[in-house]
Design a protein around this ligand. Sequence first.
Ligand code: PMP
Length: 448
Amino acid sequence: MSSSPLFYQAGPAMPEVSHARGVFLWDTEGRDYLDGCSGAISCNLGHHHEGIRDAMLAQLDKVAFTYRTQFENGPAMALAQSLVDMTNQDLEKVFFVSSGSEAVESAIKLARQYFFARGESQRRHFVSLRPSYHGSTLGALGVTGYQPLEVPFADITQGSIKVPGPDFFRRAEASDDAHVRELLRQTREQIEAAGGDSIIAIVLEPVGGASTGARMVNKAYLEGVRELCDEFGCLLIFDEVLSGVGRTGAWFAYQHWGVVPDLLTTAKGLGAGYYPVGALLCRADIVDTVMANGGFQHGHTYAGNPLACATGLAAVEAIRKENLLDNVAIRGQQLREGLDALKARFGFVGDVRGIGMLWGVELVQDLSSKAPFPAEANLFARVTALAKEEGLLIYPRRSLDGLAGDHFLVCPPLTISEQEVSLLLERLSVALQRLESEVIEPLMASPA
Ligand code: PMP
C-alpha cells in the first residue's frame, strides 16, 4: 500500500518530477525524459516557456480571478476574439470552461437547449463514434465510445447512439471510398432507426486522439456527415480538445478538410499545460436563440477568469510569433518519415498515421492479417515503460473492446527542433528494439 494519500489510476510506480525545460523533463534522480507526448497532449509549447510565464506573472500582478457575472475582463475578451479569428469567423461565439470534459459537457447542453428553445424538445439523442473519447464527466462519458470507461456508468449515463468511425487501416471494404460509403450508410441507418427528428447532434473528433491512436478522417467522410446533419436538421459538433490550437498544423483540424461544424470544443493546448482553460465555440445564431429564451443554463466557477485567459492568449500569441504552425508542418514531416522508417524496420509496427504533430503508431502481431497482440501481453504498457527507461515519454492505449489493438501517440510540443526530433526517434527506435527482443520474441516463442 502506498504511503501517499494521493490516488489516481492503478499503475506502475512513477519517478518524481524535479523540473522541466523545453521538450525535456528531469526527475529527482537527475534522469532526463524527452516529452514525446506533451504530457497528455497538452504542453504544446514545451516547458518553462518564458513568454507564457511572463504573461501569467503580469496578470497575477493585476488580478487573477474575477467572476464572469461581475466583471468583463480584457484577457477573456481578447482570447475569445482570437479564437473566433482562428476559425476565420466560421464560429463567432465563445464560452469558456476549464477542461475538455467541461467543453464537451457545455456543447451537449447548449445543443439541447437550442432545440428546446426552438420547440423541438423531442430531440434527445446524440450520435457519436466507437471508439472515441470525449471526457470523463457523465455527459461527455455518455458520448464516449470506449467500453472500459463506459461499463460501470452505463445505466446512469444518457448513452449516445454509437456508430463505427473511420478506420482506413483495418477497413473491410476494398477501398477508402467504399469504406466511407459504408460508414455513412450505417450512420444514416441508425439515425433513421432512432427517428431523424430525435437527433440533437453528431459528435466526433476530426483526428482521433488517445482512444484510436490518431485515426484519421477524410474529406468525403466529413462532407458526408455534414450532409447527414443538414438533412436531418441536427447539429455537427467537432471535439477538438486534443487536435485544436495548432496541434495538426492548422489552428483547428477541421480546416484541413474545409468542413465546418456548428459547435467546436477545444482545451488541452489552449492553456498549454500552464493553466486549465478550454472553450466551446459555436455559431452565433445558436447562441442568439438560446439567449432569447432565458439564457444558457450552465456555467462553471473558474470559467474565463483573467489568469486562465491571459495564459491562453499568451499560448496563442506564442504559436503566432514563433511561426509554430510552420514548424509543425516541417518537423511533423521529419517525424512522419522517421516513424515510417521504424515501421519499415519493425514488422510489428502495423500502421503509422496522423497529421502535423499528432502521430499514432499501431502494433500488430501479424502484419498481413493485422491481428493485434493478445490483450494479456499488455504491449501498450510494455512499450511505454521501455520508452520511459530510454528517456522518452509516449502516450499509450489499448482498445479493450476488440476494435483495435495496442497503439501509442507520438505528439511532442509544437516547438520541437530538428535535433530533438532525431533524438526522439533514436530513443523510440531503441525502445522498439528492446520490445522486440525482450517482449515480442519470448511471447512468440512461448506455446499458446
Ligand atoms: N475530448 C477529447 C478529444 C480528449 O482527447 C479529451 C482528453 N483526453 C477530452 C475530451 C477530455 O478533456 P479533459 O481531460 O481536459 O477533461
